[in-house]
Design a protein around this ligand. Structure first.
Ligand code: NAD
Ligand code: LMR
Length: 328
């Protein structure tokens, strides 16, 4: 019997990331070559027409796995019965906007979306938040979906993870496939901590194969500030690489991590590694049986501890801000 299509909702579908993402989802790269998909595109009313244009292009690709496209500006319709929700649409920081303003503006987006997911999504719903500030937006949505298991809400640090792999591969002149067990800890922001002390290159600890100064002064800031460097160079924030990381995040979630490796994702903390319970923070994770689980038992030295703590402190501050704003 043919497999029933999986419903995939993409918010911000008419945006830059949406344009790079939708064609990959429809071609089967999100869930694999045997899984048909139905797309639900959620946009604000002014952008629905542009989303319709993208849908026309999707039709024109004649993707065998694409079984339908619905476009709406109504979150309840967009998430009704959905299995996978990619929350990309968010308000970018504008001139003169403070972090609190951005959190408030996005609270207005992620609170109703969390409620709509709670009200109507399928029992196996998995949510990936890409829109910034991704970790705290995911927290807002999760807090408004009390009937959905908290571990179904994640935020994206896979792009940072992929960036870290690329930097190490270039430095050591090795293929990206030689690099395993990279970890991004904390927030998807400039405070994130890309960790090479547990990473392996061809089976050997990565931090021992690069000099300490490069690790501290070049590698960490390059990865942590890569988003800003792309904006500076491109005049717009990363889009195709963000879409690619979103595809990687969901593909791994559904299909599992390879033996001998892990990935990075922002998941609801269970208190592991001293990260306060409930914060959505990036950890080393494996995926087994369709669930992301935090890798346990890693030794954290003083250098790493200080950096993880700094990024987690920023997440706690963001949580406190959205609490004060009444968003959670
Ligand atoms: P964009 O401005 O091109 O597109 C955003 C789209 O979201 C727009 O079409 C807008 O109409 C839509 N939108 C706004 N409010 C909405 C709502 N309530 N419901 C549905 N759609 C809504 O931006 P982009 O380049 O596609 O980036 C999207 C977000 O992803 C930004 O917040 C960006 O900072 C973030 N981002 C995150 C990562 C990451 O690694 N986590 C990487 C790159 C970009
Ligand atoms: C990125 O990491 O590329 C995005 O989060 C965009 C940004 O604002 O840095």
């Amino acid at each position: 019997m043919a497999q029933a299509p999986v419903n995939v909702t993409v918010t911000g579908a008419a945006g830059q990331i949406g344009y790079a993402l939708l064609f990959r989802v429809a071609s089967g790269q999100l869930l694999g070559p045997d899984t048909p998909v139905k797309l639900r595109l959620l946009e604000i009313p002014q952008a629905v027409k542009a989303a319709e244009g993208t849908a026309m292009e999707l039709d024109d690709c004649a993707f065998p796995l694409l079984k339908g496209i619905d476009i709406t500006d109504d979150a309840n319709k967009a998430f009704d019965g959905t299995n996978i929700a990619l929350l990309v649409g968010a308000r970018p920081r504008g001139k003169g906007m403070e972090r609190g303003d951005l959190l408030q503006a996005n609270g207005g987006i992620f609170k109703p979306q969390g409620e709509a997911i709670n009200a109507g999504a399928a029992d196996d719903i998995r949510v990936l938040v890409v829109g910034n500030p991704a970790n705290t937006n995911a927290l807002i949505a999760q807090q408004h979906a009390p009937d959905v298991p908290a571990d179904r809400f994640t935020a994206m640090t896979r792009l940072d993870h992929n960036r870290a792999i690329a930097q190490v591969a270039a430095k050591l002149q090795v293929p990206v496939t030689d690099i395993k067990k990279i970890t991004i800890w904390g927030n998807h922001s400039a405070t994130q901590y890309p960790d090479l002390f547990h990473a392996e290159v061809d089976g050997k600890i990565a931090a021992e194969q690069v000099d300490g100064e490069w690790l501290r002064e070049t590698f960490i800031p390059t990865v942590a500030k890569r988003g800003a460097a792309i904006i500076e160079a491109r005049g717009a924030s990363s889009a195709a690489s963000a879409a690619s990381a979103a595809v990687d995040h969901v593909y791994t979630w559904v299909n599992g991590t390879p033996e001998g490796d892990w990935t990075s994702a922002a998941v609801v903390s269970d208190g592991s590694y001293g990260v306060p319970e409930g914060l959505i923070s990036s950890f080393p994770v494996t995926s087994r049986g369709g669930r992301y689980e935090i890798v346990q038992g890693l030794e954290i030295d003083e250098f790493s501890r200080a950096r993880i703590d700094a990024s987690v402190a920023e997440l706690a501050e963001e949580r406190d801000t959205v609490r004060q704003l009444g968003l959670i």
